[in-house]
Design a protein. Structure first.
Length: 432
């Protein structure tokens, strides 16, 4: 049965789609118990944990990740990603995925399960796969690695169901909900409070998170020639649709340029993220951030879908439609502006606003004393992420300013990546 047929049969709208998934999956009656080692939802912990320079595990884990990635069949790209379709020869091959042979020109919905619940019932999640009639690369789309990030789930559904297998060159694999256990509880984390996106490429003998990461990486990601991991902002923060990419890698640059009109933020991936592990294994990967958690935001979903369809066109996997829009700027540096006082934060800017150094970004008012303080932009740039209006504590990262650079060449270690957090500098993976 084709994906599009199945879609019209069973899941026509977002709500129905989510309801379908809920039906598809067993209800959690018990969750795997394991001592919490990751930070709580307290945002100051999270900010520290996700600060690039403050990642205490980085060097040790980087070496470990490299060792584990060696177990995955190496992806030696003899031709650049951009030329993968035009240089593909012969007929399309059947795609062997999760024990199923997907013949060229067909689409399948498969099921992947990485782990068992406490009582031994496997937790499965759908994997949508379209194998094109014509030869070409395999592009993978992953969403909801953080279980409360919903926009990417809908992007994967829309993109996968709109592909005509007979007209596709190569294959597209979509996993709409990687972190099923988090998704079912409306949580970013796994039931043991671990952040799955800090455990790739995983370890078959490690924690629950490491095992899930390992299974996903080996069962699915190892089949990909390129990967787009879909995310949103975290903890009541929203991101302007943007691509996070390590622009020192030429195939990553190809991926990035393929999206058309989407803001690009150069960022070296944090160790343990799917983006980091995939790129390390020779599978160029980018993260797309769009909107905020726990909501389905139609404008952001449409923006992401348009970007992904433009990418399929620029990679020559589908018939090229007109290239989408003027390329958006590339930001080589960015900085979060933090609250110095606690209180009620109200923004004076919105996502995408252009700001000048010294502009007021928002106001924090103490509801008891009625005293207000203003947050100013330390840079000229653009608002690429912001906190939704809410009560904040001192130190809360409120506004993410992209600082445009005229430098076309990316140096090996851009200044932004080496800044210390206490200088108000670069904070990567705030949500990724
Ligand atoms: Zn995320």
């Amino acid at each position: 049965m084709s994906l599009s047929k199945r879609q019209s049969d069973t899941c026509s709208g977002i709500c129905q789609y989510l309801a379908c998934l809920a039906l598809l999956l067993p209800m959690p009656s018990a969750l795997a118990g394991e001592a919490a080692v990751e930070p709580s939802d307290n945002e100051s912990d999270v900010l520290q944990d996700t600060t690039f320079d403050a990642d205490s595990r980085s060097s040790e884990t980087a070496a470990m990740a490299e060792e584990l990635v060696e177990a995955v069949p190496a992806h030696e790209h003899l031709v650049p990603l951009a030329d993968a379709v035009t240089t593909a020869e012969g007929k399309a091959e059947p795609l062997l995925l999760l024990g199923t042979e997907i013949m060229p020109g067909t689409a399948h919905r498969l099921s992947w399960s990485a782990t068992e619940l406490f009582e031994g019932v496997p937790v499965s999640t759908p994997v949508l796969a379209v194998n094109g009639k014509l030869p070409g690369p395999t592009l993978c789309l992953t969403a909801a690695v953080h279980g409360d990030e919903l926009n990417g789930i809908e992007m994967v559904r829309r993109v996968l169901h709109q592909i005509a297998p007979r007209k596709l060159s190569g294959a597209v694999i979509g996993i709409p909900i990687v972190n099923v256990q988090g998704f079912r509880r409306g949580s970013r984390y796994l039931p043991d409070r671990r952040d799955l996106n800090r455990y790739f490429p995983g370890n078959p003998n490690g924690s629950a998170a490491a095992r899930i990461a390992y299974a996903l990486f080996n069962d699915v990601i190892a089949h990909c020639d390129a990967l787009v991991d879909l995310h949103t902002g975290s903890f009541e923060r929203a991101n302007l649709p943007q691509i996070r990419a390590d622009l020192r890698n030429p195939d990553v640059v190809t991926l990035t340029q393929g999206f058309g009109s989407m803001v690009v933020l150069h960022s070296k991936p944090t160790v343990g993220t799917l983006r980091h592990a995939a790129t390390l294994a020779g599978i160029p990967a980018v993260t797309v951030e769009a909107g905020g958690p726990s909501q389905l935001e139609l404008a952001e979903v449409k923006h992401g879908v348009k970007g992904l369809e433009t990418l399929l066109g620029t990679l020559d996997m589908i018939k090229k439609k007109r290239f989408w829009g003027d390329p958006e700027p590339v930001y080589y540096r960015s900085s979060w502006v933090r609250a110095d006082n606690g209180g009620i934060l109200l923004a004076d800017v919105s996502l995408g606003s252009t700001v000048r150094k010294g502009d007021v970004l928002g106001t924090i008012t103490d509801p008891m004393s009625n005293q207000s303080t203003e947050l100013y932009s330390p840079y000229s740039g653009r608002i690429i992420g912001l906190a939704r209006n809410q009560v904040v504590m001192p130190g809360f990262a409120a506004f993410h300013v992209g600082i445009q650079s005229d430098d076309v060449v990316v140096k090996d270690e851009p200044e932004a990546l080496t800044q210390k957090p206490d200088t108000g500098g670069y904070v990567d993976a705030m949500s990724e």
